[in-house]
Design a protein around this ligand. Structure first.
Ligand code: RAM
Length: 911
């Protein structure tokens, strides 16, 4: 009787849990209800909500239908019960999908406690055009207007049309050579800006898909599209090149209408469209925009507008076989800022200070007379006199001009440009400047925020903020190096060093996957990967020597990182030919497995005495180019071993393993003395050699000693450049010198991470001394105040300070490592990351004689937790001795290892 009673209680417990088991955050190709995917086998991800601990999925079932009613007649695919613990990026395996079709889906899961969830809420995705060659009947059209050139006007295209019957749905597919903004019946289409984004346009041009059902009405309608130069034809790169992808901008637009009776009709761009100039007289990415409101054509994108004076467009025979759907997150508006101060410069100029260096533009409200001209000039910093500093913009004018029409309050914001700025000079106002009339808008790719880091030191918290702002400001459809000067290019090196940090802060899976396709598209036939992607430096000096360590290597490093962080195996599969071709290129560039040829950026912008004379009274830290290259050759090869293994390419694994040994042997022969001294006595040399296991095991401790001595000789300052910096603190932690890593992190004099913060930085700088201690500037020809590369320390802050990491054997955070490293100067630190499984967090706080570790592990994952004691009785969890749902897995060095499943934990460890 008693046993039956116990059983009943257990069952009651189970049924309560059953009610608690559910799924949430359903995504298809990493997006919530995406419209316009041309992925033929899309992948589904869901998160599991469950009370209690140690919850693992044991099975799932997905069903897909053409309507939210999942009855048999609508069903497209039913996976059946799939016995697996995988819940991330699960591939569609039904019949081929149809174009322009909305598919609804649900998932249900079973867990290891014998619970079954209800079906999830219904999510959907809509396919784009899966056979664009036959399905796009629209024709390319250009304006034919003479002034429509680089540095010229922005034409407006329009077409009125009738929708004869009741409308069921209307989907617009739009792209352009140049940047477009579309309106239907006077309303803006979508919320994305700078569309169609930037790709290697002549090889891969992306179109956007919009559900415009609500914008179209039965009867007369009109569509209007503005078309600007953008990256296609506008100035690109510092050599003032224009017409990089072609001389003529053009529009391609197709509106597929489905009527309630099932009949379909397409409105397409063709020779019947009309075109005219509009209010934008000038629009360039670097230089800004000139908008003459007197030239507005009121109602131009509505059906009642009379376009009899507009001219006919010119139909073009541009290729359509390079069209793909934009499956990634587009650029949208994000944070807005009001001025925190209105300043007067010594010259008497009026300047708005928005308090944050950001990327986007300013919206303003003004009134005045027709013809009054307001000019907004953007700058990142003030000079030591309080004047605006424009020199580092080089040839970028970064100026928006608005000419009033003189009709009450007028509102303006630019459309086809962006600026990197904190300060804006306002000229031409006839009324007193009212800061309320100005708003700065941040624009960046709509990647979802995933990570946060906090600790007890406010300067480090500001550093984290700056790292995130550096990312926001430079993730505009492509990862750029700087958002303010006449450059803003997709430098591969910067993207590579920052990619892991980026993936903590935001979900960058789609962002980088899209960019990697351009890496492959722009890869040279010999396998070399250009320094910038899209390769806007083609035809310049920087094109020919393509293939530089740490830069071109992005083609191998970033796909691998995406696999590790998101569990995205497909990106590795898709990039593998490009990865392999690149490594083959390096192998050919090498002599006897020594990469000792070709142009190298090496440890770019490392410390140089001349930069800021005598500041720390030491010699410049210049690391031999080819020593750096050889370490990256090894890094690339080690990743190719892993990638080949992941894809089951056993022969290639063997080949790469043998190669790696030879690379290391060649390194030792060329760059190392018998006792382990390196030919470059720099931090970066030792860091890279240690990071990539270039030294024999027995010589590593002395190398760590040399590294630490070097750091001490600079009085605990770093001297590393782009390639050494990301691994500086991780190497110190790996070899037991977290104490030194903390001193470097908390250092606040030049060169250090906190020095710019002391100087008032709100973003990460390009150089350690972009602004010098006396408030003068580095060389204006290359001084960005918004450059994320040195922000790569964020990776270590998350992984080692807060202590949250992914175990590569359970990629995508299926297996988590929690291993915080405490150090002098911080009393607490914590980090949170929204993984593909849900929120994972790790935090610690010193509390008298104890340290409290607060940890959260999402359902369907497991974690290994390392706590810094070897005496298990010193550990309490939830105020009690460690309970049986936590497995103690032995002692590892100075740590006790615990295996935990999902749930929240609070460990208290006696120091
Ligand atoms: C400059 C920037 C950029 C870097 C290249 C090599 O343009 O510093 O970030 O990658 O040089």
């Amino acid at each position: 009787m008693k046993r039956i009673f116990t059983l009943l209680i257990c069952l009651a417990g189970i049924s309560v849990m059953a009610q608690n088991l559910s799924t949430y955050d359903l995504t298809c190709e990493n997006r919530v209800n995406p419209i316009g995917l041309d992925v033929t086998r899309p992948r589904f991800t869901w998160k599991i909500a469950a009370g209690g601990r140690n919850i693992l999925q044991t099975a799932y079932s997905i069903r897909i239908a053409t309507s939210p009613d999942f009855t048999k007649k609508n069903l497209v695919w039913d996976s059946g019960k799939v016995n697996t613990d995988e819940s991330v990026l699960q591939t569609y395996q039904g019949a081929p999908l149809k174009s322009g079709q909305k598919y609804y889906w649900q998932v249900k899961v079973w867990d290891n406690q014998a619970n079954e969830s209800p079906w999830s809420t219904t999510a959907f995705w809509q396919t784009a055009l899966l056979n664009p060659a036959s399905e796009i009947t629209a024709q390319w059209i250009s304006s034919g207007i003479k002034a429509d050139t680089a540095y010229g006007i922005v034409p407006q295209f329009r077409k009125s049309f009738s929708a004869s019957k009741k409308i069921k749905s209307a989907i617009a597919y739009i792209t352009s050579k140049g940047l477009y903004e579309a309106h239907i019946n006077g309303q803006r289409v979508g919320d994305a800006y700078l569309t169609p984004g930037w790709t290697s346009y002549n090889k891969r041009l992306l179109y956007q898909t919009y559900d415009v059902t609500n914008l179209i009405k039965q009867g007369k309608n009109a569509i209007g599209v503005s078309l600007a130069n953008g990256w296609y034809r506008g100035e690109l790169g510092w050599e003032k090149k224009v017409n990089f992808y072609g001389k003529e901008t053009a529009l391609l637009c197709q509106l597929n209408i489905t009527y309630a009776d099932g009949k379909t009709e397409s409105v397409i761009s063709d020779g019947t469209w009309k075109v005219s100039n509009g209010p934008i007289q000038f629009s360039e990415i670097y230089d800004g925009e000139v908008y003459d409101a007197r030239q507005e054509k009121a109602g131009w994108a509505t059906a009642t507008y009379d376009d009899k004076n507009w001219q006919a467009v010119v139909v073009k025979n541009f290729p359509k076989d390079i069209l793909f759907s934009a499956n990634h997150e587009l650029i949208t508006k994000h944070e807005t800022f009001k001025p925190v101060k209105v300043l007067r410069t010594p010259k008497g100029e009026q300047v708005l200070d928005f308090g944050q260096n950001l990327v986007g533009w300013v919206q303003m409200k003004v009134s005045g007379n027709a013809g009054d001209k307001i000019v907004l000039s953007h700058a990142e910093v003030l000079d030591k006199t309080g004047g605006l500093y424009f020199d580092n913009l080089r040839n970028a004018l970064a100026q928006d001009t608005y000419i009033l029409k003189g009709q009450g309050v007028e509102t303006y914001e630019p459309r086809f440009t962006f600026h990197g700025f904190r300060y804006v000079r306002v000229e031409g106002l006839k009324e007193p400047l009212n800061p309320d009339n100005f708003t700065a808008v941040a624009l960046y790719s709509d990647m979802k925020p995933t990570g946060s880091f906090e600790c007890s030191n406010p300067l480090v918290n500001q550093l984290q903020k700056n790292i995130q702002w550096g990312q926001r400001g430079n993730f505009l459809d492509v990862p750029t190096d700087c958002p303010q000067r006449d450059e803003r290019l997709g430098w591969t090196g910067d993207a590579e060093v920052f990619s892991r940090t980026a993936a903590f802060n935001f979900n960058v899976n789609n962002f980088f996957s899209k960019w990697l396709k351009d890496v492959a598209a722009d890869q040279n036939p010999n396998g070399a990967i250009p320094f910038v992607i899209p390769n806007a430096l083609k035809g310049t000096f920087f094109d020919t020597p393509a293939g530089a360590a740490g830069w071109s290597d992005a083609g191998i490093i970033i796909p691998w990182n995406l696999y590790v962080v998101y569990g995205d195996k497909r990106v590795v599969e898709e990039q593998y030919p490009s990865m392999k071709a690149y490594l083959d290129y390096v192998r050919k560039a090498a002599n006897n497995d020594l990469w000792n040829t070709g142009f190298q950026f090496a440890d770019w912008l490392s410390y140089r005495v001349d930069d800021s004379k005598g500041l720390i009274g030491q010699k410049s830290a210049i690391t031999d180019n080819y020593l750096v290259a050889q370490c990256f050759f090894a890094y690339n090869t080690s990743l190719m071993i892993k990638a080949a293994r992941l894809l089951g390419k056993t022969e290639e694994v063997k080949d790469y393993e043998a190669l790696l040994e030879r690379i290391k042997a060649a390194f030792r022969k060329e760059f190392m003395t018998a006792s382990g001294r390196l030919i470059s006595e720099t931090q970066t040399a030792y860091i890279l050699a240690l990071q990539f296991d270039m030294l024999p095991e027995e010589l590593r401790p002395q190398a760590v000693g040399r590294l630490v001595d070097n750091i001490k000789s600079y009085n605990y300052h770093l001297t590393t450049g782009f390639l050494g910096t990301p691994f500086l603190t991780p190497v110190l932690t790996r070899f037991g010198r977290t104490d030194v890593a903390y001193r470097l992190l908390l250092q606040d004099t030049y060169p250090s991470w906190l020095y710019p913060i002391k100087m008032g930085a709100t973003t990460v700088w390009e150089r350690w001394d972009s602004m010098k201690p006396d408030s003068t500037f580095q060389d204006p020809s290359m001084t960005s105040f918004n450059h994320y590369s040195y922000g790569a320390v964020g990776d270590w802050m998350y992984r080692d300070v807060a202590g949250i990491d992914v175990d590569e054997s359970g990629a995508g955070y299926k297996k988590i490592i929690i291993k915080p490293h405490l150090g002098d100067g911080l009393t607490s630190a914590s980090a949170k990351i929204i993984t593909n499984y849900g929120l994972a967090s790790s935090g610690w706080k010193k509390d008298g004689k104890n340290t409290v570790y607060t940890i959260e592990i999402p359902a369907n994952t497991t974690a290994t937790v390392y706590l810094p004691t070897t005496n298990v009785p010193d550990i309490e969890e939830g105020g009690k001795p460690v309970s049986s749902d936590i497995k103690i897995d032995g002692i590892d060095g100075n740590h006790t290892k615990l295996l935990v499943g999902s749930g929240k934990y609070e460990f208290r460890v006696r120091n």
